[in-house]
Ligand binder design. Structure first.
Ligand SMILES: *[C@@H]1O[C@H](CO)[C@@H](O)[C@H](O)[C@H]1NC(C)=O
Ligand SMILES: *[C@@H]1O[C@H](CO)[C@@H](O)[C@H](O)[C@H]1NC(C)=O
Ligand SMILES: *[C@@H]1O[C@H](CO)[C@@H](O)[C@H](O)[C@H]1NC(C)=O
Length: 380
């Protein structure tokens, strides 16, 4: 062996050693994630703006409330981990944020359409999708102007090497259901879908090329809606879910899928991926025991016990006087056995199973094979 060959050998040996101790970076087409959404993907934005979150939120993974509407990690957290990226910092979080690998614009209670008091009942976030897009534009402007000044901003060429994720629309669907019914809500769902498509086109103009859109979850299986929405027993299917509401969600998802197909055709050099998380969650709600869980339509954190363990007067973590007695909605001891964390949001266990399905690629249209883009990291 000549000195050159032995030097090469040494370099390879050193590389293997460096990788073994975890210092080598694995290959991934995506250097960042930019996420748009509501509580299902909010990593702390809402509670940064309005600090108040209490336990038991965060109990499973973070061991304290960290602004996520779950006992632990969200789908967007697991995706970041799988791509070898840190958890996304909320755009609204002024302390401790690092945006080198993306930013999260999602906030709890966000809608796609602008919240108008005439349209939406109270409890809707001001940070609708149009605002989130404006924040993204501002972010890009700042990166172009100031990236060399700070250590917490990415390089200006990151926008083409990023994954843009959407998990939003649920509040447009649910927040008016009790007031105007399914028929009323269906009047404006086409606007919701076209607003999402329009946002993708704007992000494309900012340099984005890969878009992952998670569809709407089967809210008819959520403990909160099973308790709160008017229905009679003939509207409950064999799995205990509300048929009419789940059918309306399926209609919406069909529209979304078709509109994204058109968007894909108009942006020929972009990947516009529709992800059927609805199918994954519906399967978990229907057959929890086939997936290592125990309970489908029963919330882990709530008050009242019974089939749903949900009382709309006292949400997870809160204490209220009910029938002359102070009661607290507490968490179960085994959130890893549940799909529903608090009656509305998914547990870390359900989020992890859903992420596995997304990473698998078979729930995507067109199929999107993550492992062809990245050396996927274990999400444990
Ligand atoms: C249940 O609701 C459906 C639709 O709202 C209605 O057509 C049906 O008559 C109701 N059934 C009963 C037993 O009330
Ligand atoms: C419930 O708690 C509140 C606040 O601590 C207190 O003012 C109230 O008297 C309590 N009610 C009962 C019935 O114990
Ligand atoms: C995706 O899941 C299907 C069904 O469980 C399985 O057959 C397939 O091997 C998986 N693909 C990958 C890439 O993991």
């Amino acid at each position: 062996m000549g000195w050159k060959a032995s030097t090469n050998f040494l370099v390879i040996f050193m590389l293997v050693l460096v990788c073994r101790i975890g210092l080598c970076h694995s290959k991934c087409d995506f250097d960042a994630i930019f996420n748009f959404g509501d509580s299902n993907s909010d990593t702390g934005g809402f509670w940064s703006a309005f600090p108040a979150q209490s336990g038991p939120f965060g109990m499973t993974y973070f061991k304290k409330p960290v602004g996520r509407a779950s006992d632990g990690r969200l789908i967007v957290d697991f995706l970041a981990q799988a791509l070898g990226l840190p958890f996304l910092s909320p755009y609204l979080q002024s302390i401790g944020s690092n945006y080198k690998n993306g930013a999260n614009y999602a906030t709890l209670a966000s809608t796609v359409l602008l919240p108008k008091t005439s349209l939406f009942v109270t409890g809707i976030s001001p940070f609708s999708l149009a605002i989130q897009l404006n924040q993204m534009k501002q972010f890009k402007t700042k990166v172009n102007e100031e990236h060399q000044l700070g250590t917490t901003l990415p390089s200006p060429n990151i926008f083409g090497k990023s994954l843009y994720t959407f998990y939003i629309g649920q509040n447009d669907f649910t927040s008016n259901l009790a007031a105007i019914g399914i028929g009323g809500v269906q009047q404006y769902l086409p606007q919701v879908v076209s607003q999402i498509a329009g946002t993708i086109k704007e992000l494309y103009n900012l340099g984005g090329r890969t878009f992952l859109v998670l569809n709407l979850a089967p809210v008819g299986c959520y403990p909160s809606f099973l308790v709160e929405l008017p229905h009679n027993s003939s509207d409950i299917d064999e799995f205990g879910c509300l048929v009419s509401y789940n059918n309306a969600v399926a209609d919406y998802n069909k529209k979304l899928k078709e509109t994204l197909r058109q968007t894909r055709e108009s942006l020929s050099d972009a990947s516009v991926i529709y992800v059927d998380t609805h199918a994954v969650l519906l399967e978990l709600f229907r057959r929890p025991t086939s997936h290592g869980l125990k309970y489908g339509t029963k919330a882990c954190c709530g008050y009242g016990g019974g089939d749903y363990n949900f009382n709309p007067n006292v949400y997870c973590g809160n204490t209220k006087e009910i029938n002359g007695r102070n009661v607290t909605a507490t968490a179960c001891d085994d959130p890893y056995n549940y799909v529903s964390w608090d009656g509305v949001h998914a547990t870390e266990a359900a989020n992890k199973l859903t992420t596995f399905a997304i990473l698998n690629g078979s729930y995507s249209d067109p199929p999107f094979l993550f492992q062809e883009h990245c050396d996927l990291q274990p999400i444990g």
